[in-house]
Structures are given as structure tokens and as C-alpha cells.
Design a binder for this molecule. Structure first.
Ligand code: V47
Ligand code: SF4
Length: 366
């Protein structure tokens, strides 16, 4: 059977032709892909695209995550990480704590610091500026990928200045890039159930656009497997690619499967592994203008993260070192992976490991 006959059997001749020609798929075609009973059909189309862009190269980064506080004024129902100020388990790192955490990895040639936290009720913007300056002092060559659009809006409200002014001050203090968190699912009807106090999806997109226009690249995410339907995921992907058409500022997309434990969103069974892989594949197929798709091993688990490398993903994130958001919600992945383990995971799939920095530039190291 030829490729053409294989896709025709599932009514996918049109999607196959469009994928080969690099044409944009519609949301209806996305629905059709999700509905396909054979995940290998989606996988082969997504892997074809992944190989067209990246070949067998699979990137990873020597990075360190730092979650500086879990104190948060919001109470997103899917979040197991946040605590109200003064409650059991609430924590806030001082700048000295931050210094010690960074120095604990001094012997590792880390090239990305990924730093996010809750929306703390009373820290001034100067705290975040000082934290960035400290990162720069201790890790002058690392990409500082810090603070989501949600945090940026929160800092602006606290300081009573605009988000553009916040971004400008943080950039001057050393901010290189922003991580993709806080996007969740853009659909207002779902957002009002899972994160009613959080900025709207439109506001998240506007702040990302503002960052892009100031030369700050960002990532983007999608939290899936909670109350949303497939249609909401497709609409979310469409909004991301429309913004990307205008700015080109998204570097990488990260689909985040909902971790179900210890939060107030009760009674939701984890998605099947197949539905996770289908979501990965549909993301690769619809996001025709975002170059990288991350298989985030922390939330997918190590084996599923490897499988996702054949469903459109081309990046495995990195060493991480310490992660709280997924693990407090029940993620059973390790806290840290060594460079050796990451390379082994990639080679074990028959793919080619490539070390990158936070900006996805190749790192040549010994
Ligand atoms: O915004 C919170 C999500 C995000 C849960 O940019 C949950 O390279 C699953 O954005 N189950 C933070 N997800 C993590 C994030 C991220 C991770 C890795 C790399 C990058 C990047 C960004 O975690 C939050 C929220 O969407 N989250 N709770 C949960 N129970
Ligand atoms: Fe706060 Fe972020 Fe958790 Fe929402 S997801 S409660 S904003 S820490």
C-alpha cells in the first residue's frame, strides 16, 4: 500500500496533500484527525512534519528550574501548588535562598534558568529585578526564562504601572525570555471554571504580543485533560498560530497534560496515553508556524515523553533539577535527569541528541 492509499483509507487524502504542501489545516480537519481510530495515522503525519523541520535531531537543555514561591492570590482549581499566605506549606525563597539554589548546581554548565512562582500578594517589582540580577551575576551566560504573562500582569497591578513598563524594567534587569505558563485553555467558559481569578485568555495573548514586540521571545502552553473538549484545544491552537502569524515571537509550544492529584478539580480521570499522543500530534500538525514542540517529561512521564518524540515533538526540555508544580499534583517522574540520561532517552529512541540553550541555539560542549 502506498502512503497515499494508507491515508485515503481513513478519508485523509486532503489532509495528507495539505501536510505535504505545507498548507494550514482547518479546525474541522483537526476534529477529523482527533476522531481517527488509529493513532498511528496522526503519528505518521506529525512525525513526517517533525522530520521535515528537524530531521532526527532532538534537543535538550542543561537547565535549572526555580519555583521561588507558592504563595498566590489566585486559586486555580487545577493547581495543587499554590497556598494562601500564612497557610501550612506556604513558602517564599529569600534572595539568599535563591543564591544557594543556583550555587548548588555551580559545577553543571547550565544554560537556562527557568523561574516562575505564584502571584504573591506583597512583593515589590524590585524583588524580581534583584532576582534577575542575581541570576545574571551567578550565571552570566544562561538564558533567563522567567515569569509568565500571568505574573507580569500581577506585577503591573501591584506596582500600579503598565505591563509594558514591567517588561521594560525586567528586560533591563536581565530577562531574556518568558516561559509559556498561564495559557491553560483560552475558552472563557472553561477558564471561568478552572481559573476564574486569572487573566483572560485574550489578556494572556496581548501580554505575549507586547513581549514579542519588545524583542522578548516567549513559549506557549496548553493545559489539557481537565474540563475542556477537543474543540477547545483546537481553538486554543488556532489562537496561538494567529498571534504567531503577527509576531513570530513564540519559540516553543508545550502541551501540559493535567496532573490530577491534590487539587480541587475532583473526579477527573487522567487522559489515556493515546489521547495525550493524539493531542501532541494534532498540535504539531496545526501549529505550522511554531518551530518547536516540547515533550515535557516532568508531566508526561519518561516513557510517554519518548513516545511523543514520534508524535510531533522534537524537544525534551532538560535537566530541571527541582520541580514543584507537577510533582505536587502527583507527577511520578524524577526531579532531575542528568545530561547522560537525557541523551540516553533520545538515543534509545533511535534519534539524535542535540544540546541547546534556552533560546534553542545549539550548544557545542565537550
Ligand atoms: O501555568 C499547574 C501548569 C504551568 C497543573 O516555557 C499544571 O519551557 C498539569 O508552563 N497539571 C507551569 N499542569 C509550567 C509551564 C512550563 C513547564 C515546562 C516548560 C515551560 C517552558 C513551561 O503548569 C502552569 C499551569 O498551566 N499546571 N497545575 C497540574 N495540576
Ligand atoms: Fe496561582 Fe499559578 Fe497556581 Fe493559578 S496556577 S493558583 S496563578 S500558582
Amino acid at each position: 500500500m502506498t502512503d497515499k492509499d494508507f491515508y485515503k483509507k481513513y478519508g485523509f487524502s486532503g489532509i495528507y496533500e495539505k501536510t505535504l504542501a505545507g498548507e494550514r489545516l482547518s479546525l474541522e480537519e483537526g476534529e477529523q484527525l482527533f476522531a481517527c481510530p488509529d493513532p498511528l495515522v496522526l503519528g505518521s503525519l506529525a512525525h513526517f512534519l517533525r522530520r521535515k523541520i528537524h530531521g532526527d535531531d532532538t534537543t535538550y537543555v542543561l537547565n535549572q528550574q526555580l519555583n521561588y514561591t507558592n504563595i498566590c492570590v489566585n486559586h486555580c482549581s487545577f493547581c495543587s501548588y499554590h497556598r494562601a499566605k500564612g497557610k501550612n506549606g506556604a513558602f517564599l525563597f529569600s534572595l539568599e535562598d535563591v543564591r544557594a539554589k543556583i550555587l548548588s548546581q555551580a559545577r553543571q554548565p547550565i544554560t537556562e534558568i527557568h523561574c516562575v512562582g505564584g502571584c504573591h500578594p506583597d512583593l515589590p517589582l524590585a524583588f524580581y529585578e534583584d532576582m534577575l540580577k542575581l541570576f545574571k551575576e551567578l550565571r552570566p551566560r544562561a538564558t533567563l526564562k522567567c515569569f509568565t504573562a500571568v505574573e507580569i500582569e500581577h506585577f503591573a497591578k501591584q506596582e500600579q504601572i503598565s505591563t509594558a513598563q514591567v517588561l521594560c524594567r525586567l528586560k533591563a534587569a536581565g530577562l531574556d525570555m518568558m516561559p509559556g505558563g498561564g495559557a491553560e485553555i483560552f475558552a472563557p467558559e472553561i477558564r471561568k471554571q478552572i481559573c476564574p481569578q486569572k487573566i483572560s485568555g485574550q489578556r494572556w495573548l496581548d501580554i505575549s504580543q507586547e513581549a514579542h514586540e519588545m524583542g522578548i521571545k516567549t513559549n506557549c502552553t496548553m493545559l489539557f485533560g481537565h474540563l475542556e473538549e477537543r474543540r477547545h484545544r483546537l481553538e486554543h491552537l488556532d489562537l496561538l498560530r494567529r498571534l504567531q502569524d503577527r509576531t513570530g515571537g513564540f519559540v516553543c509550544f508545550i502541551p501540559l497534560p493535567f496532573q490530577t492529584r491534590n487539587n480541587s478539580l475532583k473526579g477527573i480521570a487522567p487522559l489515556s496515553g493515546i489521547e495525550e499522543l493524539k493531542t501532541m500530534a494534532v498540535s504539531r500538525l496545526l501549529l505550522d508556524n511554531i518551530p518547536n514542540i516540547k515533550s515535557y517529561w516532568v508531566m508526561l512521564g519518561l516513557k510517554q515523553a519518548q513516545a511523543a518524540l514520534f508524535y510531533g515533538a522534537n524537544d525534551l526540555d532538560g535537566t530541571v533539577v527541582e520541580e514543584k508544580i507537577g510533582h505536587m499534583a502527583g507527577a511520578d517522574s524524577p526531579q532531575i535527569l542528568s545530561r547522560f540520561e537525557l541523551e540516553g532517552m533520545i538515543r534509545g529512541c533511535g534519534l539524535n541528541p542535540v544540546q541547546r540553550n534556552g533560546s534553542f541555539e545549539t550548544v557545542v560542549s565537550g
